[in-house]
Design a binder for this molecule. Structure first.
Ligand code: ZN
Ligand code: ZN
Length: 189
C-alpha cells in the first residue's frame, strides 16, 4: 500500500481535507449500500432510504449511514446527521444511527467493526469532532481496517502523544503504538 498521491499521508489519513482520502472513507459506506441493494435486488430509491432510517435496527451500519447520506436535513440542508454540531436534527440522527448492526468480519479481533464504524464517522465528519479525535482516527483507521485493534495501553499512548502535540507525521513515523505488521489493505476490496 502506498501513500496517498494527493496528500502524501497513508490512505484515509488525510480525510476529510484530502478529497482522495475522503472518497476512500465514503466508499466504505457507499460500497456497503451498493452490496445491500444488489443482494436484495432493490433500486436506489430515496423512499427506501427513508424506510431504513425509520427502522435502523436490523440494518448494517454502512447501509444506515449511506441511507442518511441520501436524505437532507430539513434544518441545515446537509445530508442527515452530517450538519454542524448543534444542529438539532443532525445531532439526533448522529445518535440514533448507532443502533445499527455491527458485524465483525471473519478473522478480525472482536469489536473491530465498531472501531471501523467510529473511525469512518469521525473522518467523514471531522467538523463534528475535536482535532485530537480526528488525528487519532487519521492514524488509527488504516490499522483497524487491516483487522487490528489497539490495546487500551496502546490507545492511551497515542492519546498521550496527541495531547502533547504530536503531528500526524510524527505518529506515523514512530509507529505508535507498536502495531506489528501494519497492513493498509483497503476494505472493502
Ligand atoms: Zn489523501
Ligand atoms: Zn442538520
Amino acid at each position: 500500500m502506498e501513500r496517498c498521491a494527493e496528500c502524501g499521508r497513508w490512505p484515509y489519513g488525510g480525510a476529510p481535507e484530502c478529497r482522495r482520502c475522503l472518497a476512500l472513507a465514503d466508499s466504505v459506506v457507499e460500497n456497503g449500500y451498493q452490496a445491500f441493494l444488489a443482494e436484495h435486488g432493490l433500486d436506489d430509491d430515496p423512499a427506501l432510504a427513508e424506510m431504513i432510517v425509520d427502522e435502523i435496527k436490523g440494518y448494517d451500519w454502512r447501509v444506515v449511514d449511506a441511507a442518511y447520506e441520501r436524505l437532507t436535513c430539513t434544518e441545515c440542508g446537509n445530508s442527515r446527521g452530517r450538519g454542524p454540531s448543534g444542529c438539532g436534527p443532525c445531532d439526533l440522527d448522529e445518535g440514533f444511527r448507532y443502533a445499527a448492526r455491527e458485524v465483525d468480519r471473519p478473522g478480525v479481533m472482536s469489536r473491530n467493526e465498531h472501531a471501523i464504524r467510529v473511525g469512518i464517522a469521525v473522518l467523514r465528519n471531522g467538523h463534528r469532532h475535536s482535532p485530537m479525535a480526528l488525528l487519532s482516527w487519521q492514524i488509527g483507521l488504516p490499522l483497524v481496517l487491516g483487522g487490528q485493534m489497539p490495546t487500551t495501553p496502546q490507545a492511551q499512548a497515542v492519546r498521550a502523544r496527541i495531547n502533547k502535540g504530536a503531528t500526524y507525521e510524527e505518529l506515523a513515523a514512530a509507529r505508535v503504538p507498536d502495531y506489528t505488521g501494519w497492513d493498509f489493505s483497503p476494505w472493502p476490496p
